[in-house]
Design a protein around this ligand. Structure first.
Ligand code: ATP
Ligand code: MG
Length: 146
């Protein structure tokens, strides 16, 4: 599913002149439908490309302990610390004017959060040292088909 989203988003990235790279470890299986997984990866990558202002975006999927960890990292403006706790709320957007110009409804992250939580996983947002935002999703690792 990750590769499917990346193939699609690489076209968007090309258009925006954003360097989108990804890496995926073997055997990362989580308990999810393909559609839900697609939604989660799509929404986070869509945001990273939308708010990264042309800087590089990196997506990584790896196994860590008993968990599968997805990170989507950009080098955009990041998220003001005071907004971080509210970013997953429905319709919440940091800069109303700028965000509206960038398009969208403010629903993407609430969908990601609802989906991941229903799957028993967690999602968190943080700012990166050196600038930009990083979103981290953790699921418990499953045996079976990735
Ligand atoms: P939609 O996803 O419905 O198209 P949206 O992208 O504005 O609209 P969310 O995905 O829920 O909505 O994101 C909420 C807000 O969080 C965004 O409007 C933006 O202000 C902020 N945000 C999300 N991702 C990033 C990011 N990678 N860098 C900086 N700000 C971000
Ligand atoms: Mg969004």
């Amino acid at each position: 599913v990750l590769e499917q989203v990346m193939r699609m988003m690489s076209l968007v990235a090309q258009e925006k002149g954003v360097d989108l790279t990804y890496e995926a470890a073997e055997g990362c299986a989580v308990r999810s439908t393909r559609d839900e997984l697609y939604q989660v990866i799509y929404n986070l990558t869509d945001n990273a490309l939308k708010y990264s202002a042309g800087a590089a975006v990196q997506v990584s999927l790896r196994k860590c302990g008993g968990q599968v960890v997805l990170t989507v990292a950009d080098r955009g403006p990041g998220i003001p610390e005071e907004d971080l706790p509210r970013i997953f709320e429905r319709f919440y957007r940091v800069d109303k004017a700028r965000s509206r110009a960038a398009g969208g409804t403010g629903l993407g992250l609430s969908i990601v959060s609802d989906t991941v939580r229903r799957q028993g996983g967690t999602v968190e947002a943080a700012n990166r040292p050196g600038g930009g935002a990083v979103f981290t999703v953790r699921w418990s690792a499953e045996e079976g088909e990735a």
